[in-house]
Design a protein around this ligand. Structure first.
Ligand SMILES: C[S@@+](CC[C@H](N)C(=O)[O-])C[C@H]1O[C@@H](n2cnc3c(N)ncnc32)[C@H](O)[C@@H]1O
Length: 401
């Protein structure tokens, strides 16, 4: 049975992540914010995805794109579905994408559905929509993925309609907890969001069908800072290996790792995360390393566009450090090793967003790497960016030649 995934704020990142893990042939876009995956929901490791917000089991595909027709179908199907559920009060939620309906029309459909289900003798509560899509907190709070919950996600791209039932939503509270509550944070080195760290790992690991199980596989972050990526790697079951120029960062990564180990009851040995102080431009890593993923040096933490000379200097500094790192590690890892590096890019305009890119991005093959490209996302779209930021992160997915 197919699945439907709703994508995060930057859908291209979520599509590249899914393509990296599951291959392009299983993905079919539907609208701008969702994708149909030709896999059963149970085959999708949703917890490790940084770029998808909801996982749904596709329950029906319709040729119509008219809301009235969709509603008619739901009115027939809902009592049948409700009769298969355990005794008790049902909580119903509706989310839509791509339809020309407003919240009142959606609510009217919800109330009609409630009526037909009630007629079968079962009580139903409808979760009120604040937006056309229920957010993940509402789904969580109303237990819509539980045995007595039922969230229908209805998406159209103007040609056809897919109806999904939500089975899992992103655990925002857990992301926020590990992002905000870890003991050591450092605004100066930047704050890699845990979701983005997951994305980097998934882009580095590549097709899961060809990858060994995570246990014992080592992910190296050569610019580990406070260790966000190391933490996410451990949560996914990989062995994290972090190095950084500054001893303070290595100490922070160690303390943050101990905290995660306790808080998430991972029961890993105290020395499980391998940590060492080292300059990525000349360090010799303990091998083997299976994957390389990390957020490199991002240069001065500008919040606003600086003077042209200051920007040129930072671009040159970052370019040199990252280039030297790529040259240094090249002889240390086997051919075929995959990397995903978040490197800086600077927003020259906001809407539409345009970026100043590192010169090395055009010299990847001269440096002895191939850039991985994706069918469902252009390489120029793989830039993590918030409109209130000046320094963005460009995601480079590379394979050593
Ligand atoms: C943008 S931060 C990475 C932050 C990290 N993702 C985290 O979770 O905190 C870049 C890190 O690169 C380190 N760094 C800068 N130059 C380096 C070099 N030549 N070798 C290794 N680390 C370096 C800095 O100390 C900093 O911790």
């Amino acid at each position: 049975m197919n699945s439907l995934l709703l994508l995060g704020r930057q859908p291209a990142l979520g599509l590249a992540e899914l393509e990296s893990l599951y291959g392009s042939s299983v993905l079919t876009n539907i609208g701008d914010q969702a994708v149909i995956v030709a896999l059963d929901a149970a085959q999708i490791d949703f917890n490790r995805l940084g770029g998808a917000t909801k996982l749904c089991r596709v329950v029906h595909e319709l040729d119509t794109v008219q809301w009235r027709q969709v509603e008619k179908f739901l009115m027939q199907a809902a009592p049948r579905h409700a009769s298969q559920l355990p005794e008790g009060k049902l909580t119903l939620g509706l989310s839509v994408q791509g339809f020309d309906v407003n919240i009142r029309q959606l609510e009217a459909t919800g109330l009609n559905l409630k009526k037909v289900i009630r007629k079968t003798g079962r009580s139903v509560r409808l979760v009120p929509n604040k937006e056309l899509e229920l957010n993940t907190a509402q789904v969580h709070h109303n237990k819509l993925t539980g045995p007595m919950g039922w969230e229908l996600v209805i998406v159209t791209d103007g040609d056809r309609t897919v109806i999904g039932q939500t089975v899992q939503v992103q655990d925002i509270a857990s992301y926020t907890y590990r992002d905000r509550e870890r003991p050591k944070r450092d605004a100066r080195v930047g704050m890699l969001p845990p979701k983005l760290a997951q994305l980097l790992i998934n882009l580095a690991v590549g097709p899961l069908s060809a990858a060994p199980a995570p246990a014992g596989q080592i992910i190296l972050d050569p610019f580990c800072g406070t260790g966000v990526l190391l933490q996410e790697a451990a949560l996914m079951g990989y062995t994290p290996y972090g190095t950084d120029l500054e001893q303070r960062m290595i100490d922070y990564s160690g303390l943050n790792f101990d905290w995660l180990n306790t808080q998430y009851r991972l029961n890993l040995p105290a020395d499980f995360a391998k940590l060492a102080k080292g300059d990525a431009t000349n360090f010799v890593w303990d091998m083997p390393v299976n994957y390389v993923a990390g957020e490199t040096y991002l240069g001065k933490p500008f919040t606003r566009p600086p003077a042209a000379e200051a920007l040129a200097q930072t671009v040159a500094d970052c370019n040199l450090i990252i280039k030297k790192f790529l040259r240094n590690i090249h002889s240390q890892v086997p051919a075929g090793t995959r990397f995903c590096l978040a490197v800086p890019a600077w927003a020259t305009t906001n809407a539409p967003a345009a970026f100043k890119i590192l010169p090395l991005v055009d010299q990847i093959s001269d440096l002895g790497y191939n850039r991985v490209s994706f069918e469902h996302a252009g390489n120029d779209e793989l830039i993590y960016f918030r409109p209130d930021q000046y320094v963005a992160r460009q995601l480079l997915v590379l394979v050593k030649q």
